[in-house]
Design a protein around this ligand. Sequence first.
Ligand code: GUN
Length: 293
Amino acid sequence: MFELLDGKTLSIQIKNEIATEVRNLMADGYRTPHLAAVIVGNDGASQTYVANKEKSSHEVGFTSSVYRYPESTSEKDLLEAIEFLNNDPEIDGFIVQLPLPKHINEQHIIDAISPDKDVDGFTAINVGRMVLGEDAFVPATPMGICTLLKRYGIETCGKHCVVIGRSNIVGTPVANLLSRKGFDCTVTLCHSRTKNLAELTRSADILIVAIGKPEFVTAEMVKEGAVVIDVGIHRIPDESRKSGYRIIGDVKHDEVDKLCSWVTPVPGGVGPLTIISLLENTMKAYKKNLNIK
Ligand code: GUN
């Protein structure tokens, strides 16, 4: 029988912990932590992400502000907006929601974010610090996966962890984090050019799927007793639902779950922990900013 890595319940528990810490700091006379978000254009998924981040920020007692710019905003104007946020002492951390419109070079924008306010952990400085094992802002999704494994007490030492997907946001950093001291996994990072993928995934004690393809991982690819972490989020039309859609992941859960020891549901697995990690990073930026131990 498999057990669920219930990200939703865990995220409520961690939100309560953060909210208590914020209340105690307020009682000691400190100002509230402040997370800002920059969003350019009208991408539907991005609007939803930013709205969720704003809601969660308020739930833990943070100040949250959203800077909205039209699709036609120039790279130069956006760089100026970032400079403004870098220099505002009341803003502890901020994110620039991706993707950006095609005429804006994302790397130029990310490189302009102050590493001390880069709560997404996307700047070269934070990526470098993370890889060196120094104190860094770690990207939210890999950090959320680590939190799930830790808080559920999943044994990772010496385990074979197979990651499918090599993105800068998820696959590459999670492979790095889980190979390090503390997690001590032996990690195989697979991608679109990997040969014998199913053979590799079948040898995984921990399988992390971040490939961005709906129901890509099937039962033949999973070893009995594996821990399966599904990072995928896809909306597919479903007329039986009031919303007209349902959410599925990168794993075919109806056939894979019964093979697992632990598995993340979709929705309600990794997703809620991603937002928690952003709140934790903001708390860390805030404490550094105000010199709170
Ligand atoms: N777009 C999709 N995920 C993310 C994220 O974690 N951060 C930002 N800034 N943009 C995203």
